[in-house]
Design a protein around this ligand. Structure first.
Ligand SMILES: Cc1cc2nc3c(=O)[nH]c(=O)nc-3n(C[C@H](O)[C@H](O)[C@H](O)COP(=O)(O)OP(=O)(O)OC[C@H]3O[C@@H](n4cnc5c(N)ncnc54)[C@H](O)[C@@H]3O)c2cc1C
Length: 379
């Protein structure tokens, strides 16, 4: 049986990010095995995050960013500027190419196209079995296999479909991205449009819904096309890329592991912000810290529990999303128009102090939050 220092069960965003951070550390010569069933066939995805500077893992040639954004309801457009932060866009293919280019220089990193079927911890060793009945052992296993919700749990998902379009005429303002446009098809969920304009003629436009129902891709695509027609009229455009996805929005993630050396990472570990679905920047921060802890001999816990007050805020927002989804547009408009957008984004990244949160929350119209409290629970 082959033995490694670290095995990655899943080589998606979190798995490859962790390897990237390991290769930048004193552990770079460790024997590393990545087990991933879809190696090389990963569908293209768009990852965005906000930060004061582009993250080191974000390849320079693939950087795009905005310093202003808008929320729109009806004819009213709420424009906001960012001060210290920028909103960055990264394409997953560029990310994979960048990480794989780095890995090429390290013969100690091994890839295997395989599906992990079981992970067992026995004393200080972790055993990983694949669907081809191979077994590998390792000192640590980092497991990002997809999060699966318990069927009895009625959780919300963020479902979306996006089209990158090239139009024949100049219709977009590349200086300002559309964080949320609420002029969507009628539905019983919280729906909005997300627009990333790359030039006056090119943009990625996504139809997004927070929902606990199944919303088929065809239905979302049709709602997106209706929006394009309503907003831009008879626009002639070519579709250059399409993406779709589903992100769990829940505070109920309880990472299952078979022992302390079997460590969950990524969405499966609860690193996705339950009220927004953003995960990418958190993955980078946690992977960086994880490597520092491993360098120190991993005497510390390798998990990253969230602060209870942020879980509380998320549960209130999710309570509103479950019971009064039509009130969410006013919540987001109110949030961004009463505090500086930099502060709001820091709050959504869980980087604010308690006093900053009190200041930010005290400015909000809190009727709907009191309603949310009446149905408070773990969502
Ligand atoms: C289309 C899309 C767009 C997103 N956009 C953003 C964004 O703009 N900003 C943001 O912050 N977040 C975004 N997210 C959320 C989040 O950043 C991504 O989902 C991210 O990919 C999560 O990383 P992960 O490693 O946890 O999961 P994944 O990247 O999905 O990786 C999990 C890996 O595990 C593999 N796997 C599954 N089963 C097995 C098995 N049995 N054995 C071995 N491997 C297995 C899978 O093939 C996969 O490669 C987006 C999500 C999606 C789906």
């Amino acid at each position: 049986m082959k033995k490694y220092d670290y095995i990655l069960a899943g080589g998606g965003c979190a798995g490859l990010s962790l390897v990237y951070h390991l290769l930048d550390s004193s552990l770079k010569n460790s024997q590393i095995l990545i087990l991933e069933p879809t190696l090389g066939e990963v569908p293209n995805k768009t990852w965005c995050y906000w930060n004061t500077a582009a993250l080191p893992i974000h390849p320079e040639a693939a950087r795009f960013s905005w310093n202003s954004f808008y929320l729109q309801q009806g004819k009213q457009q709420h424009q906001h500027g960012l001060e210290k932060l920028s909103y960055y866009h990264l394409n997953s293919h560029d990310f994979y190419a960048h990480v794989l280019e780095k890995i090429k220089n390290f013969p100690n990193v091994h890839f295997l196209k395989a599906e992990v079927s079981a992970i067992r911890c026995i004393e200080n060793e972790v055993y990983v079995e694949t669907n081809t009945s191979e077994t590998y052992s390792s000192s640590y296993v980092f497991d990002s296999r997809n999060f699966v919700s318990n069927e009895n749990q009625n959780i919300l998902n963020q479902v979306f479909i996006g089209l990158r379009i090239k139009s024949q005429t100049a219709v977009f303002d590349p200086n300002s991205m559309g964080l949320m446009d609420f002029d969507t098809a009628s539905s019983s969920d919280f729906d909005f449009i997300y627009t990333l304009p790359f030039s006056s003629q090119e943009a990625l436009i996504e139809y997004t819904a927070y929902t606990s129902e199944t919303r088929g891709e065809e239905a979302l695509l049709s709602s997106l096309k209706d929006f394009l027609q309503q907003k831009y009229g008879e626009l002639a455009y070519e579709i250059t890329f399409q993406e779709s996805g589903q992100i769990p929005m829940t505070t109920r993630v309880q990472p299952q592991t078979s022992g302390p050396r079997h460590v969950r990472i990524g969405t499966a570990a609860g690193w996705t912000k339950p009220s927004t679905g953003y995960t990418f920047a958190q993955i980078q921060e946690n992977c960086n810290q994880l490597v520092t802890r491993l360098e120190k001999g991993a005497t510390q816990d390798l998990r990253f529990p969230r602060k209870s007050r942020f879980i509380f805020y998320d549960n209130i927002l999710l309570s509103i999303a479950h019971h009064w989804p039509k009130r969410l547009p006013e919540v987001f408009i109110n949030l961004f128009s009463t505090s500086s957008p930099d502060l709001v984004f820091r709050f959504l990244s869980e980087k604010t102090t308690f006093w900053e949160e009190l200041k930010l929350l005290s400015r909000l119209k809190f009727g709907i939050f009191l309603k949310g409290l009446t149905r408070y629970g773990t969502y």
